[in-house]
Design a protein around this ligand. Structure first.
Ligand code: SF4
Length: 327
């Protein structure tokens, strides 16, 4: 099956200044540092990692909301333009974003049904009556009852607002939804409902997801493939069950061990990572994970591992798992 979305060696660096001298020293913030992956039609790739690892920047690069420093994004066989031109706007009909905070994503002054039909108005699709009917159908499909359609966002619960956001994202019939932490702002009690809704929508509409989350157990539930990011790079990738049952990379092992019981895999004691949280301005030499890795050797401090096949359809970037080859 050919890929719907192909991300090839994507890089996003920012010039910054760090303390030192009168005006500070020039430095580079490596938000995304050579990320490659593919998403098949109707499937879900889960992108997981700690806060600040580059997941959300990757999402913006995929959607063309940020220009890459290097690398390319192909969607439905064509390049995603680096500039917001007419071609980019046409492409955005087919790839939509679901944000973390549904209240922030909605206009507090408009009834929610008007917001769901708004993309049809922007792209001049259908008559006003047809737009309203399609919006109402889709709102029903995401589990909203008709008495909520004319309400304002602040009159709805967090879960209902996220359903509105999903209905609006789906109204242009996209083939890809980029979901950036779509349930982390919701109460735990309704997170499971929204996850089940996402799975149901994928079944019914055949839409693919790039699902971004820091929550490994959620990513495991929704993904056909999982990529683990650390400091702007993918360090392990594979099918969720294999990755969760036998994590290969030391960082993935630590993430899996941190899943709270009763979801944690049996036999995994908690691994508490040592050292400071990652700083994308001062990326350590060699393997970026080496200051926090219990298995680090001298070679790990000097040679950056590449993401390589480790068998069983999986990839990892670790000298313990594949012969040393510098990136
Ligand atoms: Fe640890 Fe070395 Fe593997 Fe990096 S390359 S994860 S430091 S063992």
């Amino acid at each position: 099956m050919s890929a719907l979305l192909e991300v090839d060696s994507l890089v996003r660096h920012y010039p910054v200044r760090i303390p030192g001298g009168l005006f500070g020293q020039p430095a580079t913030l490596r938000a995304v540092d050579g990320v490659s992956f593919a998403v098949s039609p109707g499937k879900t790739l889960g992108l997981v990692g700690e806060s600040g690892c580059g997941k959300s920047t990757t999402a913006k690069l995929v959607l063309g909301l940020l220009p890459p420093t290097a690398g390319a994004v192909r969607f439905e066989g064509g390049h995603v333009p680096a500039r917001r031109n007419a071609e980019w706007r046409a492409l955005r009909q087919r790839m939509q974003m679901v944000y973390q905070d549904p209240l922030g994503a909605l206009d507090r002054r408009l009834p929610v049904v008007a917001q769901v039909m708004e993309p049809l108005t922007v792209f001049k699709i259908g008559t006003p009556a047809e737009r309203r009917e399609k919006a109402r159908d889709l709102m029903a499909a995401v589990g909203l009852t008709p008495h909520l359609f004319e309400r304002f966002p602040h009159e709805l619960s967090g879960g209902q607002r996220q359903r509105v956001v999903l209905a609006r994202a789906l109204i242009l019939e996209p083939s890809l939804l980029v979901c950036d932490e779509p349930i982390s702002a919701l109460d735990v009690s309704i997170q499971a409902q929204v996850i089940n809704l996402l799975l149901d929508l994928q079944d019914r509409f055949g839409v693919a997801f790039l699902f971004i989350s820091h929550d490994l157990k959620v990513v495991r539930q929704v993904s056909h493939e999982v990529a683990v990011m650390y400091l702007g790079r993918i360090v392990e990738q594979g099918e969720p069950e294999k990755l969760f049952h036998e994590p290969a990379h030391p960082y993935t092992k630590a993430l899996v061990s941190a899943i709270p019981s009763p979801w944690r895999q049996e036999g995994y004691e908690r691994i508490v990572l040592q050292g400071d949280p990652p700083n994308p301005v001062q990326v350590p030499s060699g393997c970026a994970f080496h200051p926090r890795c219990a298995y680090a050797t001298a070679a790990c401090r000097e040679v950056r591992p590449v993401l390589a096949d480790i068998g069983d359809g999986r990839k990892a970037a670790c000298h313990l798992l594949s012969p040393i080859a510098s990136a």
